[in-house]
Design a protein around this ligand. Structure first.
Ligand SMILES: Nc1ncnc2c1ncn2[C@@H]1O[C@H](COP(=O)(O)OP(=O)(O)O)[C@@H](O)[C@H]1O
Ligand SMILES: N[C@@H](CCOP(=O)(O)O)C(=O)O
Length: 293
């Protein structure tokens, strides 16, 4: 049996829309094994137990890319990444399916090739790059249509807290509210902030993060889709943290510079929103892995 383990990811980090993403210590595992039937899927909502399942679609894409017949397969998912919450569940599926197919046929593809295929499927590289490679990643598609990726080590002095609402927000819907263009002044603002943010995350300078993470490209539009955004931002700021919308939301990610502040943010959020999930996370430094069991 093949077992693929993929981390959740927090994309954008405020100012890095579609190009910056962080792998975090929340994981799903996906098992692939021979089956007598064409396809069996366990461990996910009934609505996903069919050939449209994103993991299976990625598995098929991987087989096709390798010019191999698609085998009969049983897929068993142990999912810990909440769906449509801005923690990269779709990237988990895509990376899991592609890596499953790769390992099924003895791993002819390296991680860079898997990243290119995964980006084609996801449409942007900011979740799939850290899901595959771990750490903080900044990536872009170059003039040859290859993905260029730069990895940053995030300071171990930072604590990440995922505050996960009890409501979904699909990436598709959250992309529809974005404007179609930006003026030069805003572009310049974003570039400066994004470059400064990557350095600030690396050095663990929370005060620089607090300034650099203030986004003008998607958060002002998407915050309106998350009814509790302002309330959670106030809690987070009161407790010394910095808040951004994880991916396209609905999860709000707090960054704190010590465990005490991180725990206070969790406790206060739980008090106001008892039905929300909260996760104290560290940075995943390895990315997705595959094993033959
Ligand atoms: N366990 C799963 N099985 C099948 N499909 C899944 C699973 N988890 C997520 N998906 C797919 O990913 C979609 C959610 O992706 P998206 O809206 O981008 O949100 P997220 O922020 O979670 O990535 C779901 O609608 C579904 O198509
Ligand atoms: N850059 C994308 C990131 C989507 O991340 P997800 O975790 O919400 O799927 C966007 O902002 O649309």
């Amino acid at each position: 049996m093949i077992r693929i383990k993929v981390p959740a990811t927090s994309a954008n980090l405020g100012v890095g829309f579609d190009c910056m993403g962080l792998a975090v210590s929340l994981y799903s595992t996906i098992d692939f094994e021979q089956s007598s039937q064409k396809l069996i899927i366990n461990g996910c909502d009934e609505q996903f137990q069919n050939e449209q399942n994103l993991i299976y679609q990625a598995f098929v894409r991987g087989c096709q890319f390798l010019n191999q017949p698609v085998p009969n397969v049983k897929i068993t998912i142990d999912n810990h990444v909440p769906v449509s919450r801005g923690l990269g569940s779709s990237a988990v599926c895509i990376v899991g399916g592609l890596m499953g197919a790769n390992l099924w046929f003895d791993s002819p593809l390296n991680k860079e090739e898997i990243l290119t295929l995964a980006t084609e499927m996801e449409g942007h590289s900011d979740n799939v790059a850290p899901a595959i490679l771990g750490n903080l990643n900044v990536s872009f598609t170059d003039s040859q249509e290859n993905i260029q990726n730069v990895a940053f080590k995030v300071s171990p002095d930072l604590f990440f807290v995922a505050l996960v609402p009890d409501y979904q927000l699909s990436t598709k819907k959250a992309r529809q509210v974005l404007p179609k263009s930006m003026d030069y002044q805003t572009v310049s603002y974003q570039v400066g902030h994004a470059v400064a943010l990557s350095k600030a995350l690396e050095s663990g300078n929370l005060e620089l993060i607090r300034q650099a993470i203030i986004d003008k490209m998607h958060e002002p539009f998407r915050s309106k889709l998350i009814p509790d955004y302002s309330a959670v931002k106030s809690i987070c700021q009161k407790d010394g943290g910095v808040l951004y919308i994880s991916g396209s939301g609905s999860t709000l990610m707090a960054i704190a510079s010590n465990l005490n502040d991180a725990q206070k943010i969790i406790d206060e959020t739980k008090k106001s929103f008892p039905n929300w999930e909260t996760h104290l996370l560290s940075v995943d430094t390895k990315g997705a892995s595959g094993d033959l069991i």
